[in-house]
Ligand binder design. Structure first.
Ligand code: NAP
Length: 234
């Protein structure tokens, strides 16, 4: 049994990852920012603990690790989306997306690494997006932040390989979570039309891939981007 932390695990993909890792026999820390009730309920259901921290705040992340202790498996999942024309995206908008999606990854990985390096064992899975591979119109900040995570994954995998720490990325397609609740039925249906497997993904579809990458079966896989998108980005 290993100890895992999933960021942004109160809802959606993060919550499914926390459940799946608990089902795989790990003890799981459920990180959240606002949804305390949901995080605490999930933590109690899976025998884990809920710890609040805004991942964009380095001090809050350090405090969270102070409470949570050492982590063997880190799932960098917390993220925010933003739909705006690039010309309407202010520098503050841009910074907000990068502070959660990219600075958050930096803060979490920095806090988790000393123990993993000491133990010469670790699994890091970062949730990017197919838009980080393909780019999405009206989501330039989001796409750029998710592309940054792919670069981070590949470079860090090379640096941490000798320490027996794998770093991989999962790139989901259109997944049925709150993040897409603002999309109109027409937009969702055209996204489904563009998905070869002709359906929206579920949070569990993504969690299954994450759990595999954290398992012993994936011990020789690092620096990879695994698309879980029903074939959308092919
Ligand atoms: P979601 O339903 O909107 O849930 C987002 C989660 O992130 C919540 O648990 C939220 O916690 C947490 N969170 C947001 N900002 C945070 C912060 N600053 N600090 C800590 N936690 C924070 O999103 P989702 O669809 O599950 O997405 C999860 C990840 O998958 C994101 O990185 C997203 O970009 C990526 N992704 C999603 C899709 C999709 O179609 N849904 C596709 C590709 C990639 P609180 O509720 O406590 O605020």
């Amino acid at each position: 049994m290993k100890k895992a932390l999933v960021s942004g695990a109160s809802r959606g993909i993060g919550a499914a990852c926390a459940k799946a890792l608990a089902d795989a026999g790990h003890s799981v820390i459920v990180n959240y920012r606002k949804s305390r009730e949901a995080a605490e309920k999930l933590a109690s259901d899976i025998g884990g603990a809920a710890v609040r921290a805004d991942v964009s705040d380095p001090e809050a992340v350090r405090d969270m690790f102070g409470v949570a202790g050492s982590i063997d498996i880190l799932v960098v999942n917390a993220g925010i989306a933003m739909q705006k024309l690039f010309t309407d995206t202010s520098f503050d908008d841009w910074r907000r997306v990068f502070s959660v999606n990219v600075d958050g990854a930096y803060n979490l990985i920095h806090a988790a690494l000393p123990h993993m390096i000491h133990e010469k064992w670790g699994r890091i899975v970062i949730i990017s997006s197919m838009w980080g591979i393909r780019g999405a119109s009206c989501e330039v900040a989001y796409s750029a932040s998710k592309a940054a995570l792919i670069g981070l994954t590949k470079a860090l995998a090379k640096e941490l390989g000798p320490s027996n720490i794998t770093v991989n990325c999962v790139a989901p397609g259109v997944i049925d979570t709150d993040m897409n609740s603002a999309l109109s039925p027409d937009t969702l249906s055209s996204l489904v039309d563009d998905t070869p497997l002709t359906r929206l993904g579920t949070a569990e579809d993504v969690a299954n891939a994450v759990t595999f990458l954290c398992s012993d079966s994936a011990s020789f896989i690092t620096g990879q981007v695994l698309s879980v998108d029903g074939g959308f980005a092919v």
